[in-house]
Design a protein around this ligand. Structure first.
Ligand code: SF4
Length: 343
């Protein structure tokens, strides 16, 4: 598979407080992130709240500037483009190719616009279609996401959460993008509706030839939809692996901890293994020295408190982990594969 997006040494640092209110402090949301997304795959980015996954999505689509590093988009038949080097005006054509689906469709959809205009808006902004052609494209994409044409004159509040998310998806897809970043796209929905929207995203991936970056805190959802998983902790990538490998044999203790917290059908199979995440996530402005996970890691040794582990390939596979002892630790995977969603 060819590369569609690459991220090189990306960092995002927020500076808090200064001058009258005391010395400024740095809050490192992203620390030297590098990853590659292959065309046609679904790459999931997971981690607890505050791990930096949403900041990463926003830096990729240039909704906020990175402090350091580069993001490259690789169009199919042209040279790669450094998105981080482009002005707002220069970015505009690439915003058609790289689109975002947001967590809360109610706040991302203008409540004063009818569904037709919400979906038509990106076509108008990018001056791609008008008149009959615009109408056809809007009704076509609405049909593909399961919104009937006679609902196009209604306002967002007239729809359920799942239907609103379908409208958000239609807005993203109406420009015929290549890469879609879905930020917690189903986490605000009931479980049964989640399954429907995940199935829809899966179907649309085939139909539109899409690549997804799927940002989520929910490993059960990730197992359903992702080909590869990037696990983030305190702004670092701590593991990057094919989904099956990650669930069967995680190589980072943080991944093991997340997998242990997954719900299972038969709790007796846990054999006394703790399912409660250990400790608290450190404040981003006061990050531990050495391995960022050492304050919560039950395998931590002296070396972990002083030496930061690099992200590296383990045993010559395409599974990467940032742990000094990744080869030696016998970490446990998921007790059972989380249930696949069904419509
Ligand atoms: S480097 Fe040490 S503290 Fe960090 S994850 Fe590995 S064992 Fe745990």
């Amino acid at each position: 598979m060819s590369t569609i997006l690459s991220v090189e040494n990306l960092s995002k640092i927020y500076t808090l407080g200064s001058g009258l209110f005391g010395p400024s402090r740095e809050l490192v949301a992203l620390n030297d992130i590098s990853l590659t997304v292959k065309a046609g795959e679904t790459l999931a980015i997971v981690g607890e709240s505050g791990c930096g996954k949403t900041s990463l999505g926003r830096c990729i689509i240039q909704a906020q500037p990175a402090t350091e590093g580069r993001v490259y988009y690789h169009p199919k038949d042209a040279a790669k483009v450094e998105l981080t080097a482009l002005s707002k005006r220069e970015l505009k054509p690439w915003r058609r190719d790289v689109r975002m689906i947001f967590q809360d469709p109610m706040s991302s959809l203008n409540p004063n616009m009818r569904v037709f205009d919400l979906v038509a808006e990106p076509l108008r902004i990018h001056r791609i279609a008008r008149g009959r052609e615009l109408e056809e494209r809007v009704y076509d994409v609405l049909a593909k996401v399961g919104i009937p044409s006679d609902a196009a004159g209604r306002y967002p509040h007239a729809f359920s959460g799942g239907q609103r998310q379908r409208i958000g998806i239609a807005r993203a897809l109406v420009l015929d993008p290549k890469l879609v970043i879905a930020d917690e796209a189903v986490s605000a929905l009931d479980v049964s509706i989640q399954a429907q929207v995940l199935n829809l995203l899966d179907d649309l991936k085939e139909e539109f030839g899409l690549t997804y970056i799927f940002i989520s805190h929910d490993l059960g959802v990730v197992n359903y939809i992702a080909d590869r998983v990037v696990v983030m902790y305190l702004g670092h990538v701590v593991e990057n692996a094919p989904t099956d490998l990650l669930f069967e044999r995680p190589r980072h203790p943080y991944t093991e901890m997340l997998l242990a917290a997954l719900p299972v059908a038969d709790p007796t199979r846990r054999k006394g293994r703790s399912t409660t995440p250990r400790g608290e996530i450190p404040y981003l402005g006061n990050r531990p020295q050495g391995c960022p996970f050492h304050t919560r890691c039950k395998y931590a040794q002296d070396r972990c408190r002083s030496e930061k582990p690099a992200l590296r390939a383990i045993d010559g596979t395409d599974q990467m982990a940032a742990c000094h002892f990744a080869e030696a630790l016998e970490l446990q995977g998921a007790f059972e594969a989380p249930q696949k969603a069904s419509a």
